[in-house]
Design a protein around this ligand. Structure first.
Ligand SMILES: Cc1cc2nc3c(=O)[nH]c(=O)nc-3n(C[C@H](O)[C@H](O)[C@H](O)COP(=O)(O)OP(=O)(O)OC[C@H]3O[C@@H](n4cnc5c(N)ncnc54)[C@H](O)[C@@H]3O)c2cc1C
Length: 434
């Protein structure tokens, strides 16, 4: 089938859905937006699985901090339009060893400088104060805490469903079980509506049949996350991604203790690796009403399994992360059962500097028509979803954006893969706070 469409998006998850909604709102009535999703809607195949993500403004990078502040206002607009609460503002406690240096996010104290610079509110805590206010024990006496209240828990479950409804409200066409298998720039193009030819395989999951489809589009936005290289391979370039199979875990909270166990806010522990644990960057969330009852999500910002193609993903979870997290929980968490009740993985695509790739396809590969294809992948992006949607829509409609995206350039060093590059044996990708 050959179908005309003005904008086409590959990947119907957080970023794809929100961009579709924004495009649907911004486009002329005569223009159409089509979103194609390889799997079913609301799948757990990419990065947007599980119930919660952190919205935080405490960053060691001032640009990301400023972006987060802008994103916060856009979340508020989205909440108003949908008339729901998407972020539960509990605040965030960063705590740990003030001498912790590792990782591109630096240490506990760097965000303080930035918050001072930007006149943001925060509060510092001693180790004793942390243990008085949070259900933690045995924290070393040199530990310090920094609490910022304008940080909160993103309701991932609701956000995806709200974006889905809003996209439909603005007449976006959404298709599941349809995988983009090939993209080509249309060389015999006589109209800008046919700039890119998109080939897909549409699966009928009821009767098991499949058919090949072809579309032509004015612009294509690729929001396939960890799968980006599978989508762009027909365009003859690849991105150097290292994909973390990150483990999330839920632990039972004591439901009947008196006084009740309260985890007042999200938390993140900065601590160097120790001989018994390759990472001590543990983090947690309070129980949420949209998640499993009397369960707290605790995990480690580390992945023992790193892959280079999502098709290499393991079935099941590595034992390492549950083991070290369970040890940490036993030592430091009060009223939390040591064994996780359930666990799963989400794919986290990283480029070497842990930042986003947000740009047009490279001109050096595709020539002057490169602006017809726009790419977003990598980075800790959920908190930026309403900002990314604006940015990607502006790139598609205007060919430029009001936001400074120069740090996320696809041509920056070591982002594009050369044929001779092999996956690094000891990847340099470092952990950073979410
Ligand atoms: C464990 C974990 C914790 C995280 N914590 C945080 C956090 O606290 N705060 C934060 O801001 N961020 C966090 N992140 C990052 C954040 O979750 C991701 O940046 C975000 O979910 C990315 O969304 P996405 O829509 O770009 O990608 P995805 O959710 O991966 O969506 C991509 C979609 O594209 C589809 N697709 C793939 N190939 C094709 C194809 N060929 N054709 C059609 N469709 C295709 C996939 O099926 C998928 O549905 C975390 C990530 C992980 C893994």
């Amino acid at each position: 089938m050959f179908k005309r469409t003005n904008s086409e998006l590959d990947g119907l998850s957080a970023v794809g859905l929100s961009t579709a909604y924004n495009l649907g709102k911004s486009c002329e009535k005569s223009e159409k937006v089509l979103v194609l999703e390889k799997f079913m809607y609301f799948n757990q195949a990419g990065s947007s699985g599980d119930f919660v993500r952190m919205f935080r403004t405490m960053y060691s990078d001032i640009d990301l901090c400023k972006l987060a502040l802008k994103a916060r206002d856009l979340w508020t607009e989205l909440e108003k339009e949908a008339n729901v609460e998407l972020i539960k503002m509990t605040g965030l406690l960063n705590f740990g060893d003030p001498n912790y240096q590792d990782g591109p996010e630096g240490n506990l104290t760097k965000p303080i400088e930035i918050m001072n610079q930007l006149n943001m509110e925060y509060q510092q805590l001693s180790s004793t104060e942390i243990m008085e206010q949070y259900p933690f024990r045995n924290l070393p006496s040199n530990f310090k805490g920094v609490f910022a209240k304008d940080n909160g828990i993103i309701n991932v479950f609701l956000t995806l469903r709200i974006l889905y409804k809003l996209a439909q409200k603005y007449n976006v066409e959404l298709r599941e079980n349809e995988e983009v298998t090939k993209l080509e720039l249309n060389k015999e193009n006589h109209s800008e509506d046919h700039n890119v030819i998109v080939t897909t395989i549409r699966k009928n999951v009821i009767n098991g049949t499949q058919e090949t489809m072809t579309y032509s589009a004015k612009k294509v936005i690729i929001t396939a996350g960890a799968y980006v290289n599978n989508v762009i391979k027909s365009l003859n370039f690849q991105i150097q991604l290292c994909i973390w199979e990150m483990v999330f875990m839920y632990f039972t909270l004591d439901a009947v203790s008196n006084p009740p166990i309260q985890v007042p806010s999200m938390w993140f522990n900065f601590q160097d690796a120790t001989p018994d644990s390759k990472s001590n960057l543990f983090y947690g969330f309070p129980e949420v009403s949209w998640g499993p009852e009397n369960q707290t999500r605790i995990a480690v910002d580390y992945a023992s399994r790193m892959i280079y193609d999502p098709n290499e993903r393991h079935i099941g979870v590595s034992e390492y992360e549950p083991q070290i997290t369970s040890n940490w929980v036993e030592k430091h968490c009060i009223g939390v059962q040591k064994q996780p009740v359930f666990q799963g993985t989400c794919l986290m695509p990283n480029v070497h500097d842990n930042n986003f790739v947000l740009d047009f396809a490279p001109e050096k590969v595709l020539g002057p028509a490169h602006k017809n294809i726009i790419i977003f992948t990598a980075g800790w992006a959920f908190k930026f979803v309403p900002l990314l949607e604006k940015c990607l829509s502006q790139l598609a409609i205007n060919g430029c954006t009001e936001y400074d995206i120069s740090n996320y350039n696809i041509n920056r060093k070591d982002v594009l893969k050369n044929d001779k590059d092999k996956p690094p044996k000891n990847p340099v990708y470092k952990p950073q706070p979410l």
